[in-house]
Design a protein around this ligand. Structure first.
Ligand SMILES: [Zn+2]
Length: 101
Protein backbone atom coordinates (compact mmCIF):
# COMPACT_ATOMS: atom_id res chain seq x y z
CA UNK A 1 0.00 0.00 0.00
CA UNK A 2 1.41 3.34 -1.04
CA UNK A 3 0.19 6.63 0.23
CA UNK A 4 1.35 9.86 -1.31
CA UNK A 5 2.17 12.64 1.12
CA UNK A 6 4.25 15.79 1.18
CA UNK A 7 4.71 15.75 4.91
CA UNK A 8 7.16 13.39 6.58
CA UNK A 9 5.29 10.38 7.79
CA UNK A 10 5.38 9.63 11.54
CA UNK A 11 7.50 6.61 10.70
CA UNK A 12 10.04 8.86 9.00
CA UNK A 13 10.32 11.03 12.08
CA UNK A 14 10.65 7.93 14.23
CA UNK A 15 13.38 6.65 11.95
CA UNK A 16 15.27 9.92 12.24
CA UNK A 17 15.16 9.75 16.02
CA UNK A 18 16.15 6.13 15.93
CA UNK A 19 19.02 7.00 13.62
CA UNK A 20 20.29 9.73 15.92
CA UNK A 21 20.21 7.28 18.82
CA UNK A 22 22.10 4.65 16.86
CA UNK A 23 24.67 7.20 15.76
CA UNK A 24 25.19 8.34 19.34
CA UNK A 25 25.62 4.72 20.41
CA UNK A 26 28.06 4.08 17.58
CA UNK A 27 30.17 7.11 18.48
CA UNK A 28 30.16 6.04 22.13
CA UNK A 29 31.24 2.53 21.16
CA UNK A 30 34.15 4.02 19.23
CA UNK A 31 35.25 6.14 22.16
CA UNK A 32 33.27 9.29 21.47
CA UNK A 33 36.28 11.37 20.52
CA UNK A 34 39.02 11.69 17.94
CA UNK A 35 41.46 8.82 18.40
CA UNK A 36 44.38 11.04 17.40
CA UNK A 37 43.90 14.31 19.26
CA UNK A 38 40.94 13.66 21.55
CA UNK A 39 38.75 16.32 19.99
CA UNK A 40 35.01 15.93 20.32
CA UNK A 41 34.20 18.28 17.48
CA UNK A 42 33.73 17.63 13.76
CA UNK A 43 33.94 13.91 14.21
CA UNK A 44 34.06 11.60 11.24
CA UNK A 45 34.08 7.86 10.85
CA UNK A 46 37.46 6.86 9.49
CA UNK A 47 38.13 3.54 7.80
CA UNK A 48 41.36 2.34 9.34
CA UNK A 49 42.21 0.02 6.46
CA UNK A 50 40.41 2.01 3.80
CA UNK A 51 36.83 1.74 2.69
CA UNK A 52 36.01 -1.11 0.35
CA UNK A 53 32.60 0.14 -0.72
CA UNK A 54 31.48 3.09 -2.78
CA UNK A 55 29.94 5.67 -0.50
CA UNK A 56 28.19 7.38 -3.39
CA UNK A 57 26.21 4.22 -4.07
CA UNK A 58 25.00 3.74 -0.53
CA UNK A 59 22.23 5.86 0.91
CA UNK A 60 23.12 7.64 4.11
CA UNK A 61 20.59 5.73 6.19
CA UNK A 62 22.20 2.50 5.05
CA UNK A 63 25.73 3.70 5.75
CA UNK A 64 24.98 3.78 9.45
CA UNK A 65 24.29 0.06 9.45
CA UNK A 66 27.52 -0.58 7.56
CA UNK A 67 29.43 1.58 10.03
CA UNK A 68 27.87 -0.37 12.91
CA UNK A 69 29.02 -3.65 11.41
CA UNK A 70 32.47 -2.25 10.71
CA UNK A 71 32.71 -0.90 14.23
CA UNK A 72 31.96 -4.36 15.60
CA UNK A 73 34.67 -5.74 13.34
CA UNK A 74 37.16 -3.06 14.43
CA UNK A 75 37.46 -1.60 10.95
CA UNK A 76 36.57 2.00 11.76
CA UNK A 77 37.62 4.63 14.25
CA UNK A 78 36.65 8.17 15.05
CA UNK A 79 38.83 10.94 13.74
CA UNK A 80 38.07 14.61 13.76
CA UNK A 81 37.91 16.26 10.38
CA UNK A 82 41.40 17.77 10.58
CA UNK A 83 43.07 14.51 11.70
CA UNK A 84 41.17 12.64 9.01
CA UNK A 85 42.32 15.14 6.39
CA UNK A 86 45.89 14.73 7.59
CA UNK A 87 45.71 11.03 6.76
CA UNK A 88 45.70 12.20 3.16
CA UNK A 89 42.52 10.43 2.21
CA UNK A 90 39.56 12.18 0.73
CA UNK A 91 37.83 12.83 3.99
CA UNK A 92 34.74 14.67 2.93
CA UNK A 93 33.12 11.58 1.46
CA UNK A 94 34.42 9.40 4.26
CA UNK A 95 32.97 11.62 6.91
CA UNK A 96 29.90 10.76 8.82
CA UNK A 97 29.48 13.74 11.01
CA UNK A 98 28.55 13.29 14.58
CA UNK A 99 25.69 14.97 16.39
CA UNK A 100 27.82 17.94 17.29
CA UNK A 101 28.35 18.93 13.69
ZN1 LIG B 1 41.73 14.87 15.81
Amino acid sequence: MHRRTDNPAPSTIRNRRNRARRLAKLLKQLGGRCQECGSRRHLTIDHIYGRDWDIRKVHSWKRLRIYEEEADAGKVQILCLSCNSRKGQPSADDGYFGPEE
